[in-house]
Design a binder for this molecule. Sequence first.
Ligand SMILES: Nc1nc2c(ncn2[C@@H]2O[C@H](COP(=O)(O)OP(=O)(O)OP(=O)(O)O)[C@@H](O)[C@H]2O)c(=O)[nH]1
Ligand SMILES: [Mg+2]
Ligand SMILES: [Zn+2]
Length: 291
Amino acid sequence: MEELKGLVVEREAQLIGVYVFAKDEIYRGIPLGKIRKSEKVWAGDYVYGHITEDDQFAITSIAPRKNFLIRPKIANVDRAIVVMTIIEPEFQSYLLDNLLVIYEKEGVGIVIVFNKLDLWGEEEKKEFEFWKGVYEKAGYPVLKVSAVTGEGIEDLVNFLEGEICIFAGPSGVGKSALLSKITGVELKCGELSRKTRRGRHTSRGVKLIPFGKGSFVGDSPGFSKVEASSIVDKREIKDYFPEFYKYECRFPNCTHTNEPDCGVREAFERGEIPESRYKNYLKMVGAFTSL
Ligand SMILES: Nc1nc2c(ncn2[C@@H]2O[C@H](COP(=O)(O)OP(=O)(O)OP(=O)(O)O)[C@@H](O)[C@H]2O)c(=O)[nH]1
Ligand SMILES: [Mg+2]
Ligand SMILES: [Zn+2]
């Protein structure tokens, strides 16, 4: 039997959808023997197997995962499109910084996208420029888009490189709207999830939608609160603030909180590291009192 490579693009309860590269089609995946018992199959998993007589995809093995995100559960993510807004809802730097730490830890490529550009007046434009400066300094690409007018969408599409991309961010920022705009696929979004948000988060499956030349994009439910420290060791969090790297401290294991001769703290005091980033870092590691 010919062994074929597939990508799990759908995972909802017992239903597994596998995109089979050689066929350019989605089959119902059936995990065989050993896998069914010992391993779970998640969206984003690269799998091997064969097509059965009744046209299903029998999964015989799962490739090792390069990373794994837990909300939603998805493996091998190449890039996260982190969607934020300036207004409706208001920008939340703490939530963004926590998400960035989690993706940095998992080695996921990141692009930060500010949506709802169509709602901005002068104030909001200024605020966007401010945050753009903060995050570009940390090394992240920052874009502005509108899912309503389509402005900036082309620039965003250029960032959807790699095979597996996901949209992430707070609730109501327009993740689903952007995904629909880009892929042309309508998704359930907005009100429906709002009511029973908690329940849906745990039960709702993941779906990766084929897009462009060999990419797949997935939506995720909105986050209302994220604490990186529940997933990432507090001592490790400093490693996921890229703008801290270039400073040296007296102690090699400096936590950048209250040690003497801390290069990071001094850089913050000189205004080189933005206040929001340093404060959010202290908050994450539980060391924030006042500055
Ligand atoms: N003005 C404006 N409204 C937008 C834009 N994008 C989305 N919206 C609206 O914002 C609301 C939320 O959009 P969704 O796409 O459901 O947001 P979401 O991020 O998927 O939200 P959750 O699924 O709850 O996490 C909807 O009413 C959209 O119509 C935009 O670019 N401009
Ligand atoms: Mg949504
Ligand atoms: Zn330090």
